[in-house]
Design a protein around this ligand. Structure first.
Ligand code: ZN
Length: 256
């Protein structure tokens, strides 16, 4: 309880808060936190006998798109069945109070968008944004597949040029989207008063680095994760609680 009130006090004083979120936040929406894009695959191998890192790699998408799309479709279907939770809502509500705040998310489910976050860096992309690899065609998944049977013939083809349609997510072996990286650089160059890392496994440098930077400049750092991660010993506070419960408790504290 002590930590919650201390964190709420620090949060009250902060103007620019950076929330870094990972699969643990979506876990409270019912999405599993396993490894892989969208976090759906606990095992190394898929039912096709191919490691998930390979099935969901940029190379596989180009050489055997039907394999990649089988798993892309599963992830999309799981995301579509779920929706944002209390953690996403509280983060969006804090941004509404403190408009300089940002969310950096590894999640591709778009739940921060639907919860109302505006200052959003989706560093691994968004599963419902589709585009053609050949022409400028872009479409939302729900529009694109609304007329088709479920599941439709995969891989989908561009209605304009018959090129391959793919989701705007970062597959294994692919580079991070430049636009999102630039946004992140700008945020990290600006004054950040406080950092939360919520439900991340923190294996990526772009997750650890902001926390290390904040620590160096004496800004408060909070981790919310039932498990221990690489960050747990680096942060000022580690709340070993699920994201939705912890954020709801913090929100109630903030109202006092
Ligand atoms: Zn096209």
């Amino acid at each position: 309880m002590e930590s919650y009130s201390e964190i709420a006090n620090l949060l009250r004083k902060a103007n620019n808060v950076l929330f870094i979120t990972g699969a643990g936040v979506s876990a409270d929406s019912g999405l599993p936190t396993y490894r892989g894009v969208g976090g759906l695959y606990e095992d190394q191998s898929t039912e096709d006998g191919i490691p998930i890192e390979e099935a969901l790699s940029g190379r596989m998408l180009l050489s055997r798109p039907e394999i990649s799309w089988k798993y892309i479709w599963e992830i999309g279907a799981a995301c579509q069945k779920a929706s944002h939770n209390r953690a996403h809502e509280v983060i969006a509500a804090i941004e509404a109070m403190k408009p300089e705040s940002w969310v950096l998310t590894q999640n591709v489910d778009g739940f921060h968008r639907t919860a109302g976050s505006k200052n959003l860096i989706e560093i691994h992309g968004h599963i419902f944004d589709l585009f053609c690899v050949r022409c400028a065609y872009r479409v939302d998944t729900r529009t694109f597949f609304s007329a088709s049977a479920s599941p439709p013939d995969l891989p989908p083809k561009c209605p304009q040029c018959q090129g391959l349609i793919r989701p705007d997510v970062v597959l294994f072996e692919e580079l991070l989207p430049e636009k999102e990286v630039q946004k992140l650089d700008q945020v990290l160059d600006s004054e950040i008063d406080m950092i939360f890392s919520i439900g991340t496994t923190a294996v990526f440098p772009y997750i650890i680095q902001p926390v290390l930077m904040a620590r160096k400049s004496g800004k408060p750092t909070v981790e919310i994760n039932p498990a221990l991660t690489d960050l747990s010993n680096l942060v000022d506070y580690h709340l070993k609680t699920g994201a939705a419960e912890a954020m709801d408790r913090l929100w109630k504290m903030l109202q006092n």
